[in-house]
Design a protein around this ligand. Structure first.
Ligand code: HEM
Length: 506
C-alpha cells in the first residue's frame, strides 16, 4: 500500500515536471514552427534566451512591443511575430493584408478560437455548450439588438436611479469618486435592468455577485492560460472557484433567460433550455456586458476630466441632446439617440485612444495544412495571426494629433481632420459608434466584430448624455495613463475624479 502510493506520487511528480518543462520550452524558447524569415519583435538578434526575454517582457510591456513592431515592420509592409506570454506568439500582418485576413473562410482562420484561448473559455465559461454554440451571438443579434428601441426609456430610468444613488445629488459640495468602481456599479445596474429586468436589477446581493463574476473572468483566465495544457484539468478547477461561487449566487429567473428559452424553441433544441445551461449563459453574459462597458466609461470620464475645455464640450453635448430630444417630443427614442452624433464622436474618440483589447482582428489557423500568407510565409495550424488596433488608432498618418483627445473628431466640426475610409457610412453629421473599420477596431472588425456593440452604444450614449445634462466634472491636471496587462489595457483602478450635481437638476 505504502509503496504503491509512493509510486503514484512519484509518477504524478514526474508528470507535472515533464509537463512544466515542455510548457516552458514551447512558450519561452521554441519558434513554434514559425518560419525563420519572420522576425520576433524584441528578439531580433536571435541570441540565446532572447525569445524568452521578449516573451517575459510581454507580461507588462506588450504596448512597447506592439508599437515598436508597427513602426519597424508593419509600416514597411512586413509581417512580424509578437510574443505573448499568456496565449503564445502572434503573427502580426501589415495593414495592407487586412482584406486577405477578413476574406479567409472560418474553416481556415477562426476568430472564436482566439477569444476562447484569451478567456480560457473552456474553464471560465461554466459550460462546454456556452463555448461552442452560437446562442449568445444569436440572442444578442436577434433578440437583444432588435428590441433596443423598446427599452430605451427603461435604461434612462435606471440610469437616473443609478447615478443618484452612486454619484449623489449634492449641488453644492464636490464628491470624490473612483472612476472604475463607480462605473462598475452604474453599468451593472443599468445592464441588468435589461438583462434580468425589474425588480431583480435592484437586488443588491444579486448585483454584487454579478459584478464580481464579471471582474474575475479575465484575471482567472490569465492564470489558467499559464498552466501547462496537460495540467489544466487539475489546476483550472482550483483557480476558477470564484467564477463558480459568484455564478451560483446569481442564479435566478429573469428576462435574458426568457429570451434564451424562446431561442431554444426556435432552434427546436431542448438541450439548450435546461435550467443549468440557461443560468450559466446568464452569468457569462454578465461578463460581456459589464466589464467592457465599465472600462470604456471609466476611460471616458478620465478623458473628460483631463480635457482643458470640458465645460465647452459639455455645453455642446447639452445643446445637441436637448435639441434632438425636443424634436422627438421629449422622448428618448432610438431615432433621436441616433441623431445625437456628438455623443458617438466623444465615445469613439475615447475608445480610439484607449480601446481595452489591443488586438483588432486576430484569428487562429484551423486548417489542417496551415495557411500561406500573401507575403509567402507558411503558418502551421494553431498559429494566431492578425492585426493590432492600438498602434493603428494612434497613427499620425491616419488621425491627425493622434495622441490628443479631440472629442468632436468624428462629427461635423472635427471630421475634416480625418484621413479615413468611413465616407460611405457617415450618417447625418457624424460616424455611428458601432461602425467598425480597419482604422477603428475597438469592437474588432469584420464578421466577428462585437455583436453586443449596438446594445453597448445605446447604453454608453445615454450615460454620457445623462452626465452632461446633470453633472459637472472637476478638471484634473493630466489624464493618468492606462496600465497594460499583456495585450489588454485599462485605467488605473484607483484613479479618482470629483463630481457635483448641476443646480436645477434635482
Ligand atoms: C464598450 C463595450 C464593448 C466593447 C469595447 C466590446 C468589444 C469586443 C471585442 C473587441 C470583441 C472581439 C473579441 C475578439 O475577437 O477576440 C467582442 C466580442 C464579443 N462581444 Fe463585445 N464589447 C462590448 C460590449 C459587449 C456587450 C454589451 C455584449 C453583450 C450584449 C458583448 C458581447 C460580445 C460577444 C458575445 C462577443 C464574441 C463574438 C464572437 O465570438 O463572434 N460585447 N467585443
Amino acid at each position: 500500500m505504502f509503496l504503491s502510493s509512493a509510486l503514484v506520487s512519484a509518477l504524478l511528480a514526474a508528470f507535472v515536471a515533464v509537463s512544466t518543462v515542455r510548457y516552458i520550452y514551447s512558450r519561452y524558447f521554441s519558434r513554434c514552427a514559425l518560419p525563420a524569415s519572420l522576425p520576433w519583435i524584441g528578439a531580433e538578434d536571435d541570441a540565446c534566451f532572447s525569445r524568452a526575454r521578449a516573451t517575459l517582457r510581454s507580461f507588462w510591456h506588450t504596448r512597447e512591443l506592439v508599437f515598436e513592431g508597427y513602426e519597424k515592420y508593419s509600416k514597411k509592409e512586413l509581417p512580424f511575430v509578437l510574443p505573448n506570454i499568456n496565449t503564445g506568439p502572434e503573427v502580426i500582418l501589415p495593414m495592407s493584408q487586412m482584406q486577405w485576413l477578413l476574406k479567409q473562410k472560418e474553416t481556415v482562420l477562426d476568430q472564436n478560437e482566439v477569444n476562447r484561448s484569451f478567456l480560457q473559455a473552456d474553464y471560465t465559461m461554466l459550460h462546454p455548450k456556452v463555448v461552442t454554440d452560437t446562442v449568445h451571438e444569436d440572442v444578442i443579434r436577434q433578440e437583444l439588438t432588435k428590441m433596443l428601441g423598446n427599452y430605451t426609456a427603461d435604461v434612462i430610468d435606471e440610469i437616473d436611479y443609478a447615478f443618484k444613488k452612486t454619484w449623489g445629488v449634492n449641488t453644492t459640495e464636490w464628491k470624490e469618486i473612483t472612476s472604475y468602481y463607480s462605473m462598475l456599479d452604474i453599468v451593472s445596474r443599468i445592464s441588468n435592468r435589461v438583462i434580468v429586468g425589474f425588480p431583480l436589477c435592484r437586488d443588491e446581493d444579486y448585483l454584487a455577485n454579478a459584478k464580481e463574476f464579471a471582474r474575475w473572468v479575465v484575471v482567472e483566465a490569465a492564470f489558467i492560460a499559464m498552466v501547462p495544457k496537460t495540467l489544466k484539468g487539475i489546476f483550472a478547477p482550483l483557480i476558477r472557484f470564484l467564477d463558480l461561487k459568484y455564478h451560483w449566487k446569481t442564479s435566478k429567473v429573469n428576462d435574458y433567460i426568457q429570451w434564451s428559452i424562446d431561442h431554444s424553441y426556435a432552434r427546436n433544441d431542448p438541450s439548450l433550455r435546461t435550467v443549468d445551461i440557461i443560468n450559466k449563459r446568464l452569468s457569462v453574459i454578465q461578463f460581456a456586458v459589464i466589464q467592457s462597458s465599465t472600462i470604456t466609461l471609466a476611460n471616458l470620464i478620465l478623458d473628460l476630466a483631463a480635457a482643458p475645455d470640458i465645460s465647452v464640450y459639455f455645453a455642446h453635448i447639452r445643446t445637441e441632446v436637448l435639441a434632438e430630444l425636443k424634436a422627438a417630443g421629449g422622448q428618448w427614442t432610438k431615432d433621436a439617440l441616433a441623431r445625437m452624433v456628438c455623443l458617438d464622436s466623444v465615445l469613439r474618440e475615447s475608445m480610439r485612444m484607449w480601446g481595452f483589447v489591443s488586438r483588432g482582428v486576430m484569428k487562429q489557423v484551423v486548417a489542417k495544412d496551415g495557411v500561406t500568407l500573401p507575403s509567402g510565409q507558411h503558418l502551421p495550424r494553431g498559429t494566431k495571426v492578425g492585426v493590432h488596433g492600438a498602434p493603428v488608432h494612434r497613427d499620425e498618418n491616419i488621425y491627425s494629433d493622434a495622441q490628443v483627445f479631440k472629442p468632436f473628431r468624428f462629427c461635423s466640426n472635427g471630421s475634416e481632420n480625418m484621413v479615413d475610409d468611413y465616407s460611405e457610412k457617415v450618417v447625418g453629421k457624424g460616424i455611428p459608434l458601432v461602425t467598425t473599420s480597419s482604422n477603428f477596431m475597438a469592437f474588432s472588425h469584420g464578421r466577428n466584430a462585437c455583436p453586443g456593440r449596438f446594445f453597448a452604444a445605446q447604453q454608453l450614449k445615454l450615460v454620457l448624455a445623462y452626465i452632461a445634462l446633470n453633472y459637472e466634472i472637476a478638471p484634473i491636471p493630466s489624464r493618468p495613463a492606462n496600465l497594460w496587462f499583456i495585450n489588454t489595457q485599462g485605467p488605473p483602478l484607483d484613479a479618482k475624479i470629483s463630481i457635483r450635481r448641476r443646480v436645477g437638476t434635482v
